[in-house]
Design a protein around this ligand. Sequence first.
Ligand code: ADP
Ligand code: MG
Length: 153
Amino acid sequence: MEVKIRLNSVDDTQMLAEIISGYVFPGIIIGLTGDLGSGKTTFTKYLSKYIGVSDNLNSPTFTILKIYDGYYKLYHMDVYRLEDIGYDYELDEFIYGDGICVIEWYPYIKTMLPQEILSIDFRVIDEFTRDVTIKGEGPYEKIVKAISDRYCH
Ligand SMILES: Nc1ncnc2c1ncn2[C@@H]1O[C@H](COP(=O)(O)OP(=O)(O)O)[C@@H](O)[C@H]1O
Ligand SMILES: [Mg+2]
């Protein structure tokens, strides 16, 4: 299932993160795509707050993985640097762990990921506007459905 929504401000992105935070479960994988500056880290930052992370989340670009403590463990990855490599088996225990796994640029390690994830693509429309496409099948379909119910009347 797929839903497309328009976010007109950073507050809208925060609200999306809040909604999704209500549906996370141990082992969830959220894959993010979108150009640099489209909002992947901003979304993750808000999601982290809503799952009880008190540390300030920032971009993991130079470390690939950062781990945060909230109501769940949060594994925040940015696998942009793995573009030419395509995998990093040290990430396996986190991808298949029981925390919440958020992966910026997830297609670069697609072969390491399970078939089903929640994917969110951010497209920049203008300074504050983002068009977002959210997709999920199997256990993720109900999340997409819930988002759809909230936004599409
Ligand atoms: N609606 C919006 N959603 C998310 N970020 C936005 C939005 N409007 C403006 N921004 C700004 O765009 C930038 C997004 O940066 P960031 O989240 O680091 O992007 P990415 O991780 O995709 O490279 C931030 O400076 C943020 O304040
Ligand atoms: Mg980022």
